[in-house]
Design a binder for this molecule. Structure first.
Ligand SMILES: Nc1ncnc2c1ncn2[C@@H]1O[C@H](COP(=O)(O)OP(=O)(O)OP(=O)(O)O)[C@@H](O)[C@H]1O
Length: 720
């Protein structure tokens, strides 16, 4: 316990506002405070936590006041000692603080993200360092107080370690610190504690505390009288009850009201127990849960571990240990559904149907994991969704792009502050069944870091031989993933770790040709966009020529995502026109009435006329999207078809390039000029390209005679 004797607190303190109604921290006391308001969480993250560990720091703790009231002026400077809690399912932390001394807020410097104030230290106890000085200053008051304190402690059971410690403190602590220390131990209300906190002068502090001590002594006397305390055990109960809140845990002193809360809490635990029993979890998991429930029952609700254990048990009870959907697999229906949802992709659809057929016959899931590899926007994700639909299973997408921590897959151990389960277990909780289709999106973009290799964690998930006993660090018991159907997607296989690639069957999904894009647009995308924008084919018509124009001159991609977006832009523009037309019609219907017109002042009428003159007449339905409309809506074309023009120039050849995002054509231009015979290459070229250019010039040189090439030097350059 710290004394304010030689203590000097900083002149500026970040302020933690303890929740209203929670116990008041007094100097010398240790308290656990729930941290869940945005301001307090910001303070915790910004000032107290470094990573997941606590950097000890002095903060100001101000008791919270009801909302319209301003911040209280007097608080307790405190040392943050420990933080426990988690970010999941919602951020909740408990902070253990030890009170140092009183301070007064002089000026609030800033209020966000958490309040910081210039403070003045109030307890300068060195002024009254010796007993005689204290006696002179306070006279009998301090003696009287000490007498009652000793009497109270004598009434408690000495065999309880906390009581023995209290006795020692009573003898050794400077007397001026005792009011604060004793008030935080005896049964007091928050209002009484606030009074003591506000009692800046020592005299007042002693004066306010003495009646509280007396009340406690009387209470104990009464208890001892009424209860015939025969056994030692009973005596212990009496002694321990008031002391149980030595730490005034979570700010809730023990009282009859608390007894009600305890009851409610035990009801909760019984409910949780029932939920766990009815969740049909396997034997080992049930054993762990029963053990944890037993621990939870013995734990005070305010203990930080209580919330952690409870969260854990909630999750365990919510996991779909044996809940699954029934597969309704009909290959013919699957074929129709896949054809209806996706145009082209013949090879991919064939392989998916084969895969589903084998599953129908064998009813065994130990098959390969399918991995769709192709450029963006070719429908990899939406095929995954269709597979789930054909099987009648739940679908869940896990985005792996940028994941570089293995605990993202496998979860954190429960000992970590802010621990939570990994994405696989979280996904299972979200879908609520144990046989969903999990789409592991962008497996090629997994990262690696000091926190471990997520790809390695995925190995276990994807291996049918191992995944029946997948152990998430947070759960710490095995969960059977063998019923989950995993499908992965990637843009390239080059960056997928070989061990992971080995466990998957790669299905290439190539980009689409112009004709295919045209079909996809007319069969799927346009109707989808019309529905999304509340339009009907009677209101807008996009002819194939317009779609082709968008494909060739407004987009350059392997998939159809930009095309989809452009169609969306057209629908938005049409929606405005249609809505404007409707508005005008309703407006004119309104203004038809003669008497309404009469109500409008002349000036307003004039404004209305000029306004309506600006609005174009409602368009005729359906609105036809032609070349001009395209230019109006999408702007001038972004890409010109330059192949013909460029190839007409001598010295230009077409090169082909491959990227994970699709193929590209490049124009290679060569021009001859005087020089030193050096080859200059421009543009961002890779080694292969550079070598090709060198090869070309060497070939020209070796065949120079044949083609009557003169001795002039040449330069080869590439432009896009
Ligand atoms: N063959 C197709 N038939 C019908 N719609 C298609 C087809 N290919 C793609 N689409 C549509 O294109 C859009 C983009 O597809 P999706 O999101 O599945 O692409 P992706 O290949 O998963 O892309 P990424 O690699 O960026 O995740 C979806 O709306 C999808 O319905």
């Amino acid at each position: 316990m710290s004394s304010g004797r030689s203590l000097q607190i900083p002149g500026r303190l970040p302020l933690l506002v303890s929740p209203e109604g929670e116990a008041v921290l007094l100097p010398g006391a240790t308290l656990r405070l729930a941290v869940d308001s945005p301001g307090n969480l910001a303070l915790l993250r910004g000032r107290l936590l470094r990573g997941t560990s606590l950097r000890s720091s002095v903060i100001g703790v101000i008791p919270g006041a009801p909302p319209p009231a301003p911040l209280r002026r007097i608080g307790t400077a405190a040392l943050a000692v420990q933080v426990v809690g988690s970010n999941w399912p919602k951020p909740h932390f408990t902070l253990l603080v030890t009170g140092l001394c009183r301070f007064q807020v002089v000026e609030i410097l800033n209020e966000r993200p958490y309040p910081v104030a210039v403070v003045e230290q109030l307890d300068h106890l060195e002024q009254l360092s010796s007993k005689t000085e204290l006696k002179e200053a306070l006279g009998e008051l301090s003696e009287q107080f000490y007498k009652y304190a000793v009497q109270l402690v004598d009434m408690l059971d000495n065999s309880v370690p906390a009581v023995a410690k209290l006795k020692r403190l009573l003898n050794n602590l400077p007397r001026e610190l005792l009011p604060d220390v004793l008030t935080s131990i005896i049964r007091t209300t928050n209002e009484e504690k606030l009074k003591i906190l506000d009692a800046v002068s020592l005299e007042e502090r002693f004066r306010v505390t003495i009646p509280l001590l007396l009340r406690q002594i009387e209470g104990l006397k009464l208890l001892q009288k009424t209860r015939s305390l025969k056994s030692d055990d009973d005596k212990r109960v009496v002694a321990i009850r008031p002391l149980r809140k030595l730490g005034a845990i979570n700010g809730k002193p023990f009282s009859l009201e608390n007894a009600d809360e305890d009851d409610e809490d035990s009801d909760d635990i019984i409910l949780l127990e029932k939920k766990i029993k009815s969740s049909n979890m396997p034997e080992p998991a049930l054993k762990v849960c029963v053990k944890e429930i037993k621990r939870l029952k013995k734990m005070p609700q305010s203990m930080p571990e209580y919330a952690l254990t409870r969260n854990y048990l909630e999750l365990m009870s919510e996991l779909p240990w044996s809940k699954s959907t029934r597969d309704r697999l009909d290959i013919r229906a699957a074929r129709v559904l896949l054809d209806n949802d996706h145009y082209a992709m013949a090879k991919l659809k064939r392989r998916v149907l084969e895969y589903l057929a084998v599953r129908q016959l064998k009813n065994n899931l130990k098959g390969p994991i399918l991995c769709f590899v192709g450029p963006p926007g070719v429908g990899k994700t939406s095929v995954g969704r269709s597979i789930a639909k054909t099987l009648g299973r739940e679908f869940h997408r896990i985005a792996l792009g940028g994941v570089c921590d293995q605990s993202d897959i496998r979860g954190h151990r429960r000992t970590y502050v802010g621990s939570m389960p990994g994405r696989i277990i979280n996904g299972l909780k979200t879908v609520g069944v144990n046989n969903p289709v999990f789409l592991l999106d962008e497996v090629d973009k997994l990262g690696k870091s000091l926190q471990g290799d997520p790809a390695a964690a995925l190995l276990e998930v994807l291996d049918p031989e191992q995944n029946h006993s997948f152990t998430d660090h947070y759960l710490n018991v095995a969960f059977d993933l063998s019923q989950v159907l995993f499908i992965a997607t990637a843009n390239t296989t080059a960056t997928i770790p070989p061990a992971l690639l080995d466990r998957m069957e790669v299905l290439e999904v190539p980009g689409y040709s112009q004709e295919e894009k045209l079909e996809i647009a007319h069969r799927h995308l346009i109707s989808k966009q019309l529905v999304q924008h509340g339009l009907t084919p009677e209101q807008v018509q996009i002819p194939p020529e317009a779609t082709l124009e968008i494909i060739t001159r407004y987009t350059r991609e392997a998939g159809v995502r930009s095309l989809d977006r452009k169609l969306g832009a057209i629908c938005r523009a049409v929606a405005v026109k249609v809505a404007e037309g409707q508005h005008r019609e309703t407006n004119s219907a309104h203004t038809d009435g003669e008497d309404r017109k009469a109500d409008i002042p002349d000036q307003a009428k004039l404004e209305m006329i000029t306004e309506t003159a600006d609005i174009t007449l409602p368009p005729e339905m359906p609105i036809l999207i032609d070349r001009h409309a395209l230019k109006d809506i999408l702007g001038p074309p972004m890409y010109e078809i330059e192949v013909f023009e460029r190839l007409n120039q001598p010295g230009v050849a077409i090169g082909l390039a491959w990227t994970p995002l699709g193929g590209e054509i490049m124009f290679v231009e060569a021009s001859r000029m005087d020089g030193e015979g050096q080859l200059t290459l421009t543009g961002q070229l890779g080694d292969v390209m550079k070598e090709s250019a060198h090869l070309a010039i060497s070939w020209l040189r070796s065949n120079a005679k044949k083609y009557w090439l003169t001795n002039g030097m040449s330069e080869v350059s590439r432009t896009n």
